[in-house]
Ligand binder design. Structure first.
Ligand SMILES: NC(=O)c1ccc[n+]([C@@H]2O[C@H](COP(=O)([O-])OP(=O)(O)OC[C@H]3O[C@@H](n4cnc5c(N)ncnc54)[C@H](OP(=O)(O)O)[C@@H]3O)[C@@H](O)[C@H]2O)c1
Length: 223
């Protein structure tokens, strides 16, 4: 998917949840293609600054922008700041995501359900809506998960699966409404070696993959 963004030279990309993991690998990969990047985070400013440093080492413009993707006014302010700085947004990667506190269906609280759906699903929609105000010809890529396509992992709860299934449905809907000027796609990775799965049993996850391996964030960014 990101390999297709070869025309990214001189463009501007916003990547949400870019302070670590997959969200760091994507702007770094885009910056290697000459793309300027806006690096979103909600809490980890140190991680976001590290991503900025890595991107700037490739000679592109990079801007760290704070916003909880589920918070409309924070997202609006973030997008306005990016437009003030770069004048446009050509590529949006909705990557920010959380796993939730438990995968046990009996133990998922209303609060945990709402938080996971608000960040992973509604958050992607809020950012998309705010960015669309400024996008003309552009690409949107949503980072979903195989959990949203019915694959089950022991570390994944119903709220996470529902959020990613919803994100895939949202991708199809927006692709139809926004084509041909804005192209909308989703990437649905299996397990990736990041903090998101730090508490999971890696050996059992490896057995569920065809390759016997857990992917690295760069594997997703280079796809
Ligand atoms: N790792 C996997 O096995 C796997 C598999 C399939 C799909 N995915 C998906 O890939 C994406 C990236 O996951 P990852 O594994 O790289 O996770 P990660 O290492 O935990 O990183 C998550 C990122 O999202 C940010 N974030 C969390 N809540 C946010 C919010 N409300 N607003 C803005 N940013 C927020 C975090 O930044 P702050 O700490 O600053 O908030 C962080 O930069 C997620 O959508 C995830 O569901 C991951």
């Amino acid at each position: 998917m990101f390999g297709e963004l070869n025309g990214a030279q001189g463009k501007v990309a916003l990547v949400t949840g870019a302070s670590r993991g997959v969200g760091r690998a994507i702007p770094v990969s885009l910056s290697q293609k000459g793309c300027n990047v806006a690096i979103n985070y909600s809490k980890d400013v140190g991680g976001a600054k590290k991503t900025e440093e890595l991107c700037k080492s490739h000679g592109v413009g990079a801007l760290v922008v704070k916003a909880d993707v589920s918070n409309r006014s924070e997202v609006r302010n973030m997008v306005e700041k990016i437009i003030t700085n770069f004048g446009r947004i050509d590529i949006l990667v909705n990557n920010a995501g959380i796993l939730g506190k438990t995968s046990n269906p009996i133990e998922i609280t209303d609060e945990d359900w709402d938080r996971v759906l608000n960040v992973n699903h509604k958050g992607a929609f809020i950012v998309t809506q705010e960015v669309l105000k400024y996008m003309k010809k552009a690409k949107i890529i949503n980072i979903a998960s195989i959990a949203g396509k019915g694959e089950i992992r022991p570390n994944v709860g119903a709220h996470y699966s529902a959020s990613k299934g919803g994100l895939i449905a949202l991708t199809f809907n927006l692709a139809r409404h926004l084509a041909p000027h804005v192209l909308v796609n989703a990437v649905a990775p299996g397990s990736v070696e990041t903090e998101l799965i730090e508490d999971a049993d890696k050996e059992s996850l490896k057995k569920l993959t065809l390759t016997g391996k857990i992917a690295k964030p760069e594997d997703i960014a280079h796809k």
